[in-house]
Design a protein around this ligand. Structure first.
Ligand code: SF4
Length: 221
């Protein structure tokens, strides 16, 4: 079984987010390590752009400690410029507020996704398509608070499913049937699915499906 962080490394170009999810581990990390004084004010670490030149891994997550909707336009433009200089590497963004984005010319190697935790949040899929014109789209279902029901997975290139981690009071544990509902719909559309390691215990190791888009498969795997 793979740990997703061993395959897709984080480069935290931006730290901070004002969405305020109760389960946010990034905010807790920030408090613990005092990376920035106020997590609700996103901060751009421009000097980290050079890390995008590291092609040791085939894919990097750029929003591990932020939400793309909190990035300023010039931060996005500078990041896109660097991504275009590294066309073989894939760069992944996630958001919970796709309605706030306005991206009309993303680099070919950019992957844009939304997080969905409830059935109501499925609207984020169409909002993502409306506001971000890109070549690759993905979805993350983590944490899950309920069965998300039927999904429109047209033009989705990758799906990640997990469960809430940490020790939060009121923590939501994904139910097997919620996860299987998502996986079965993805399989019907032949979309690669990655079950995160946190699902171990809810699923046996031999039930794990850990698929990646072809362009994420580097020499390390
Ligand atoms: S969107 Fe992400 S970074 Fe922002 S508060 Fe929620 S979990 Fe934290």
């Amino acid at each position: 079984m793979y740990y997703i962080k061993d395959i897709i490394k984080n480069i935290n170009l931006v730290i901070g987010c004002d969405i305020g999810c109760s389960y946010c581990y990034a905010r807790n990390n920030c408090k613990r390590f005092r990376t920035i004084p106020d997590f609700s004010i996103p901060t751009f670490f421009e000097s980290k752009l050079r890390l995008l030149d590291n092609n040791k891994h085939s894919a990097y997550l750029l929003t591990g400690q932020s939400d793309l909707s909190g990035w300023k336009d010039n931060w996005i433009n500078k990041t896109f410029e660097k991504m275009r200089q590294n066309p073989k590497t894939q760069y992944i963004f996630l958001t919970k507020r796709p309605e706030k984005l306005n991206i009309s010319s993303a680099p070919e190697n950019a992957w844009f996704g939304v997080t969905i935790t409830t059935a109501k949040e499925k609207v984020r899929i169409s909002e993502l398509f409306e506001n971000v014109k890109a070549n690759h789209y993905h979805l993350t279902f983590e944490p899950l608070f309920e069965d998300v029901g039927k999904l429109d997975l047209e033009n989705i290139d990758w799906i990640v499913v997990g469960t809430e981690t940490g020790n939060r009071k009121g923590k939501s544990i994904s139910k097997r049937e919620w996860v299987l509902n998502i996986i079965n719909q993805a399989k019907a559309k032949k979309i690669p699915v990655f079950m995160k390691e946190d699902l171990l215990g809810i699923f046996d190791e031999n039930e794990f499906i850990q698929e990646l888009p072809k362009s994420f498969l580097g020499e390390n795997l």
